[in-house]
Write a protein that binds this ligand. Structure first.
Ligand SMILES: [Ca+2]
Length: 607
């Protein structure tokens, strides 16, 4: 019942978040030292938080930005960045003035700004302090006109900047917006928050998650990870235009998300669910009205089984060989040189590693963040994409919201997140842009095109003393504008194929779900049905492992589409291998989103 209550609670929270105007005031440390008052006022440069100023994000009421900014100045603060995407701005104000600012006319909310600041250059140049319309947007324009050195610091987690520095905006201007391309998101589901609630923006596929038996509707995201990724890939606020974007817009704003939920409200998912989901997408990619050309897997286990044996790698590789570009997160355990997460370790796939833009649109100062897994000499990442402090859609009341370590909330609609999950989502959006323009291109050709046109990044902060090398950043930072201009060739990958004949436990690694202290291990799926790796692999080669809603000999979902969504099935408790699995505290955090945990937040430099 815990699952049911959770999910219903989420729906209520979403409705509240949309309908209500919530005033958030989250500012740890308020009241410790108001000594900065009077020493820094409007227009003075080089203020630092060391003088008692607090960094905040101020959300203005619609049309009342200027009023809100005047309130900051009147209270002895200063404006540091515009945040057009959230209808707000960043500021620094004396601690004692926070409460008054929250009450000021035109101000909707004041929250602590956790964004890390680049350490180089910004204080000296003072260019971050420009108030009004010239700060972020002018730097962005500079980035658009050339990739030459620009010392201005911008919010490189803001998608309006991410889409600049990856070339997406140039692609939009050329008509490539992802239109007609479906991206399957195998994740924790999607919540219909603003930015993803447009007509035909999200198509609900089968819900294969542990939430399915009790959820009020299939595919809902109660965890918060899938919605965040969907926002990066294809989010779009109502009324926004790719010509003069304002409001929230993802990398491929006209692409559609096919929501295939496998992760439960707390992120729990077994490898057998992910394999079933990949198989479903492979088999149904071209159902009537569908054009699934991309799978986003912001997911990865620490399984180290050779990809040539691994059943998870096999499933993903077969999707690839059936014409779907599978973008897989490299993983977030970047502290040592180790294999990429499973299934990114399969060399056929497009493995997305992490890039830290270091606060500037110019890629020459970029580095690979310490947390980002980068692989080995034989299987490094293919490309990297922005992975630090990305700003995307929040699910109010989600599991992520409840984490004490989550310090990334911005206003009521948004959340920041760091990890190769985010990088994968960026790359998936970029791939959708390319496929709209080059629909006949094979996954191999798309991958080669992105690799060939990537911008080398020479700093691997995973090993700061070493010069840049492919081991850290692969071919470099993705540049879809260059890829679009170059066009695909006819490359074909010739790696040894996976047989998928290995074990589920080999794919699970340490990522097992458990209930009542009993882990799900061995050659069995979540229903306790035996899993024959070789037989399943043989069916996957023919894209025929599903029969209606039956997979691996058991009913997982309905048999077909109805009313624009895949018909759900409510499993009964007795369908489970043991009903004791339900309602217990799932201990697994297999999602690459496990970067929500402390160590990676701090590694990414949250202040
Ligand atoms: Ca940079």
């Amino acid at each position: 019942m815990g699952v049911s209550l959770r999910v219903r609670g989420l729906v209520a929270a979403v409705a509240f978040g949309v309908a209500g105007s919530v005033v958030g005031l989250v500012l740890p440390g308020v009241g410790d030292a108001a000594k900065g008052i009077g020493t820094v006022g409007a227009g003075k440069a080089a203020a630092s938080t060391g003088t008692g100023l607090h960094r905040v994000v101020v959300m203005g009421a619609p049309g009342r930005q200027a009023e809100a900014q005047r309130a900051v100045l009147a209270l002895g603060g200063r404006i540091t960045r515009r945040l057009d995407v959230v209808n707000g701005f960043a500021a620094e104000i004396p601690a004692s003035a926070v409460a008054r600012l929250a009450e000021a006319p035109g101000v909707v909310s004041v929250t602590a700004d956790r964004k890390a600041r680049p350490t180089a250059g910004s204080a000296a140049s003072g260019r971050t302090s420009t108030a009004g319309p010239s700060s972020a947007s002018s730097a962005v324009k500079a980035a658009a006109s050339s990739r030459s050195a620009d010392t201005a610091t911008v919010d490189t987690g803001d998608l309006s900047v991410v889409t600049q520095l990856t070339g997406a905006r140039t692609a939009w201007a050329a008509g490539a917006t992802g239109s007609g391309v479906d991206v399957a998101l195998i994740d924790t589901g999607v919540a219909p928050v603003a930015g993803l609630d447009g007509a035909d923006k999200v198509l609900v596929g089968p819900d294969l998650s542990f939430d399915a038996p009790a959820a009020p509707a299939p595919g809902l995201d109660a965890y918060g990870h899938g919605t965040f990724m969907a926002g990066i890939i294809a989010g779009r606020d109502a009324g926004t235009s790719t010509r003069s974007p304002s409001g929230f817009m993802g990398v491929a704003p006209d692409a559609r998300i096919v929501d295939v939920k496998v992760g439960a409200y707390d992120g729990a998912a077994d490898v057998s669910q992910v394999i079933a989901a990949i198989d479903w997408v492979t088999q149904h990619a071209h159902d009537p009205g569908l054009n699934i050309r991309v799978i986003n897997l912001s997911y990865g286990t620490d399984g180290t089984q050779d990809y040539r044996l691994d059943p998870l790698a096999q499933a993903a590789e077969q999707a690839w060989k059936h014409g779907i570009v599978v973008v897989a997160a490299a993983g977030n355990d970047g502290k040592a040189t180790k294999a990429l997460a499973d299934p990114a370790a399969d060399p056929y796939l497009l493995a997305a590693g992490g890039d830290d833009p270091e606060g500037t649109p110019d890629p020459s100062d970029d580095s690979v963040p310490t947390f980002a897994q980068h692989g080995t000499n034989t299987r490094p990442v293919d490309v990297i994409a922005p992975a630090t402090h990305l700003l995307s859609l929040r699910v109010p009341g989600s599991y992520i919201d409840t984490l004490a370590t989550n310090t990334g909330q911005v206003g009521t609609r948004f959340q920041r997140g760091s990890g190769t999950s985010e990088a994968a989502a960026v790359v998936s959006g970029l791939v959708a842009l390319l496929i709209q323009k080059y629909p006949a291109a094979t996954p191999d050709a798309i991958k080669a095109l992105l690799a060939d046109t990537a911008v080398p990044v020479l700093r691997g902060s995973g090993k700061p003393s070493a010069p840049g090398q492919m081991l850290y950043s692969g071919h470099g930072l993705v540049d879809v504008a260059a890829a679009l201009a170059t066009g695909p060739g006819e490359q074909t990958q010739t790696w040894p194929a996976s047989t998928g004949s290995g074990t589920l436990d080999g794919a699970r690694g340490g990522s097992t779900v458990s209930a009542d202290g009993v882990p799900l291990t061995g050659q069995q799926d979540i229903f306790g049905h035996g899993f024959d790796s070789r037989a399943t692999a043989a069916r996957q080669v023919k894209a025929a492992s599903w029969s209606g809603g039956i997979w691996n000999g058991n009913r997982w979902t309905g048999d077909g589409w109805a009313d624009g969504r895949w018909t759900p099935t409510r499993w009964s408790g007795t369908d489970w291998a043991g009903s004791h699995w339900r309602g217990a505290a799932w201990s697994s955090m297999t999602w690459t989103g496990s970067h929500w945990r402390d160590e990676v937040w701090s590694t990414a430099g949250w202040e």
